[in-house]
Design a protein around this ligand. Structure first.
Ligand code: 1HN
Length: 358
């Protein structure tokens, strides 16, 4: 008798066993162990790019189809091509572009999901967070921490208003996994303003902290990190400091009370690549979303035999999945904003990254 024919009765017995335990909501680990604990990350997530010249017309068209009020949030979601239908850009992150037209209001609500905004196009919209408004300009990084009331409007600046577009990043899948999602709407369209614009900036964004400040919360008390200041820091460092072979000049947004990230679940960075920069390859476990602010360049994204070259320019967005290798190249001077779930990897001792030689 051959080994194969020996095997058949045993397999039939096993299949019968699986059927019987299946009826009791059980399944054998030995059939799935390799998939449950793979030697390396095996997420369904691909590199992808959303180019501004393709996205912008659709976003503006959405503005003629539905109001911000009716939509609650008028957003085109960036769906990862490997995860269509899931409203996700990576398995742990949500991203999309939001449009608000002059005189519109996106009504006030709060939820346990944390949100970040990165202003992409247009100026003069505002966002209000827990009683304070901030006017948004391109390149500003704004946070709405977990369970803070937030609404948006577009009153314009200097007597003129224009459509305003920003990137939204949320930790939706992380909150869903923990069964910790709660949300509620405010009865009024907009929340009452209780502090003048610039109040939190004065208290927390000048290398000073109030002496009678209470215990730090989980998120930064600064809720707008203006582009003008971040850009100036990058410009000065690009002139005076060593350029990192992998990252160029890369800085992270910081919670001034703790030195940690601005929010507990999502980490955010701004980086400058000098003109002609040819970055060395790097990979990390935190899948990352990029928003291009300035410059033209290329992202080479590889994993094993798979290889993608994404040509990017201003206001384009692209995603680099967990454990894919990224090399960044700049034609002219580039500035990139990025966000990922890195704080969660760090908190759980899971962050792995490799700075490769070539
Ligand atoms: C949300 O509250 C906003 O406040 C944007 O602007 C996008 C996506 C899913 C759930 C809540 C916002 C969102 C969101």
């Amino acid at each position: 008798m051959t080994a194969a024919s020996d095997h058949a009765p045993q397999q039939a017995a096993r299949d019968d066993f699986y059927r019987r335990i299946d009826a009791k909501n059980m399944t054998p680990l030995w059939e799935v162990l390799h998939a449950l604990v793979p030697p390396e990350p095996t997420q369904s997530c691909e590199p992808a790019i959303w180019r501004w010249d393709e996205v912008k017309p659709y976003l503006l068209e959405s503005g003629s189809l539905i109001t911000a009020e009716e939509a609650v949030r008028r957003v085109l979601i960036f769906e990862n091509p490997a995860m269509r239908g899931e409203s996700l850009v990576t398995p742990s992150l949500y991203a999309g572009l939001q449009l608000i037209l002059p005189d519109e209001v996106a009504p006030s609500h709060r939820h346990t999901q944390s949100a970040l905004r990165f202003i992409v196009d247009g100026r003069g919209a505002y966002t209000a967070v827990d009683g304070e408004r901030t006017t948004m300009f391109p390149g500003d990084f704004i946070i709405t921490p977990s369970w803070t009331w937030h609404d948006h409007g577009n009153d314009g600046v200097d007597g003129s208003a224009e459509p305003v577009v920003w990137l939204d990043g949320l930790d939706i899948p992380i909150i869903r996994m923990f069964g910790a999602g709660f949300a509620e709407n405010l009865a009024e369209r907009s929340q009452a303003v209780s502090r003048p614009e610039g109040d939190s900036d004065a208290r927390f964004a000048h290398n000073l902290l109030p002496v009678r400040q209470l215990q730090p919360g989980k998120s930064s008390p600064i809720f707008n990190y203006p582009y003008a200041r971040s850009r100036e820091a990058l410009a000065q460092l690009a002139r005076n400091a060593a350029i990192d072979d992998w990252h160029g000049v890369k800085m992270r947004y910081v919670n001034p009370q703790t030195g940690g990230w601005a929010m507990p679940t999502m980490g955010t960075c701004l980086q400058l690549l000098p003109a002609g920069f040819a970055g060395k390859p790097h990979r990390s476990t935190d899948g990352t979303v990029y928003s291009v602010v300035e410059g033209q360049g290329r992202a080479l994204i590889t994993r094993g035999e798979q290889r993608r070259t994404l040509h990017f320019g201003p206001k384009d967005h692209f995603v680099v999945p967990s454990w894919w290798t990224l090399s960044l190249q700049a034609d002219d001077e580039c500035v990139l904003f990025s966000f990922s779930d890195r704080p969660v990897h760090e908190a759980f001792g899971l962050l792995r990254e490799e700075f490769l030689a070539a």
